[in-house]
Design a protein around this ligand. Structure first.
Ligand SMILES: [Zn+2]
Length: 255
């Protein structure tokens, strides 16, 4: 190696490091220092920040293995899902699509909960009677006072999920801000025909693990292909983005 190429190699190596470090920092910043593995993994979320203490102290945490069922004759969820998502976002923890304000909602408990976003976990977070699923979609809604209602949709390996095909063509490779979505994605298209559901009280499944969330878990799973799961998992670090199931404690699950 001559002198010039030696220096060129040094510049290349250090230049490479600097770029890699800057990218890592950006991602870390977006992640707010929590993740799904190692020192910042779910077992340690509660001690990473005082803001996250509910993750370890809470008694009504999500996800759970749904059991202890109580027969409840639950009224149907009224889905008013007419609008399409306008943005897609890889936040380093998941891929999320955002809906414009006041365009889609559900009605539960005589209250309107506006659809804010849909995001994904692979493998699924909740289990039903100890059954595992390959992926889970969370439809996150809030009422006018900020109370949350999450509709959870289980996805199991099988055929390609047609509703996801357009979205998956626009998955942002890197964690950064929202991109406008060119494909037409309606939340309605993802829902199963049968909309019976389980209901329990739980929390956000990510820090700060805030409780008081109405969880509405649809009983009927929809298919997702192994390739779709793989493409998603590759974007969120190559490992699962699912919090392990939490103690059910005194809760019952209505069905
Ligand atoms: Zn979620």
């Amino acid at each position: 190696m001559n002198r010039t190429s030696f220096f060129a190699a040094i510049v290349l190596i250090f230049g490479g490091f600097t770029l890699a470090n800057a990218e890592e920092k950006d991602v870390e910043h977006l992640n707010s220092h929590w993740g799904y593995a190692g020192a910042t993994g779910p077992e340690n979320w509660g001690s990473l920040s005082p803001k996250y203490s509910t993750c370890s102290q809470g008694a009504n945490q999500s996800p759970i293995n749904l059991k202890n069922f109580t027969e409840a004759n639950l009224p149907p969820i009224e889905f008013i899902y007419n609008s399409q998502a306008t943005e897609i976002l890889n936040n380093g923890h998941t891929v999320q699509v955002n809906f414009p304000p006041s365009t889609a909602a559900i009605r539960v408990d005589d209250t309107t909960f506006e659809l804010k976003q849909v995001h994904f976990h692979a493998p699924a977070e909740n289990q039903i009677d100890s059954r595992f699923f390959d992926m889970e979609a969370h439809f996150v809604h809030a009422d006018a006072s900020g109370n949350l209602a999450v509709v959870a949709l289980m996805m199991q390996n099988g055929e390609s999920n047609i509703a996801l095909e357009g979205l998956w063509g626009e998955l942002p490779a890197k964690a950064d801000g929202p991109h406008s979505l060119s494909t037409r994605f309606f939340a309605q298209q993802m829902l199963p025909v049968e909309k019976d559901y389980y209901r329990f009280s739980g929390s956000l499944t990510t820090p700060p693990c805030t409780e008081g969330v109405r969880w509405l878990v649809l009983k009927q799973p929809v298919p997702v292909s192994a390739q779709q799961v793989k493409a998603f998992t590759a974007l969120v670090g190559g490992h699962g983005n699912n919090r392990p199931v939490q103690p059910i404690n005194a809760r019952t699950v209505l069905r």
